[in-house]
Write a protein that binds this ligand. Sequence first.
Ligand code: ZN
Length: 499
Amino acid sequence: MENILPADEHAFPRSRYESGGSTFWIGFANKEKRLFVTLNSTKDSVYNRLDGKESLFGGEKVKICPLSHENAVIIREAFPFTAPVSHKGRAVSMGLGDRLGLASPGHIDLIRNYDVFPVLAQQSIRELNLTGRTFGDVLDSATWAVFQEGYMSGFGADGDHVKTAAEVNMALDSGFTMITLDCSEHIRSDIPSLDEDAVSGLYDGLPAEDRERWEAEYINKTIRLADGTEIFFSKASLERDALIYGGAIEHAERVYRECIVTCGRNVDFELSVDETPTETLPESHYFVANELYRRGIVLTCLAPRFAGEFQKGIDFKGDTGAFEKGFVAHVNIARHFGYKISVHSGSDKFSVFPLVGKHSKGKFHLKTAGTNWLEALRVIAVKDAPFFRRLLTFSLQNLPEAKRYYHTTENTGNIPPADSLTDAELPGLLNQPDARQVLHICYGLILLKGRDSEDKESFRERIYKCLCENERAYRETLRAHIGLHLSKLGLEPVKGGEV
Ligand code: ZN
């Protein structure tokens, strides 16, 4: 049994709990974050179940436990607020993807003052692969952050852009409470480029029973929604929508029945049709939503592909007027069917946030992820300038490989060589759209491959070390940056603090 020195035991002030005869808190032992629990010798006590090492602490016996997966499972059971929940009934929710598992304390610091439901654990399969993490790792990071920060207002866990029943089950088995089903592989994006005769020919090949029902329900019908939005289907638009989205609707129904209904928990089901090359027209959105509704599928959100470009980590590109017009119609359709409109790739879309805030009538889901990684790099640029230069150079060298996973339109000619900038100028690169895009999409290569000859440590190890040593700085940059998202969305802090 070792005695922990007082200098090493700084505790996070909000992480102190009394439960079942023990006191719990998160602090440091040998510079590593650990869970501390005071002795409780009752047979089934949480103290006994947790894996850790018994030590003497201030003359008292405590168990010092790693923030491991096994211990997170026990903590979620013992402290239910550390387990994710559904956000049905919460008007504004926000996905705060945390690729490193270090951002949630900063997110919580900010969000606890707003009436916004945070989805702290949000990761796509692509992100898991590119960061070498699992759904379990992502949820555990959120659990420990919520415990550390004493945040009891509820958070979500989103298996983002999962495509198959197997991927959906992987997220659900890890305890996730939201599924964003990406139907892009079942959307026929070849249809919009075909002429009307070709479309009709393909449409005639669909089952007669479906065609008859659709034709009676949609063709030459104007559907008026409560707020005045009108949706009209011509023969051509019905044929096109049935062909483009028919497979996606069937896939969504299959996954919903096989995985969501049977999982025994209240799961938020979001349908994503945003990762397609063409804009989702309002009548297409209506068609998909109406077909799902009549099959009894309850959506929490739907993510259309809006007008304009939503590239990762930079502002909206395109015609804000066209975005606004489409967005209003999409919001009205979502309201009609009773779910939230979901805005994907919502990092840094400052020029359209006021429109989202205004027209969503205070009901929307917005997803961010990459911007939280870029804010981590901003901290590194300030605290470890030589390392940041290496990260930028490495990213530029490996850009072609990163572009296999992401669509971006940066001009690398606009990025000054890292060596030409002073230390004080480096953080400014995080305000430069071309550098942001490069650094954003190279996260996977940086984390999994990055290592250079002059340094034995991997980039990954050095990133974690720098951010763990500078947790306060990372919190502050996230508070400021995500805070700017909230204020541009027209959201105000709630008087009196935590909701
Ligand atoms: Zn998306």
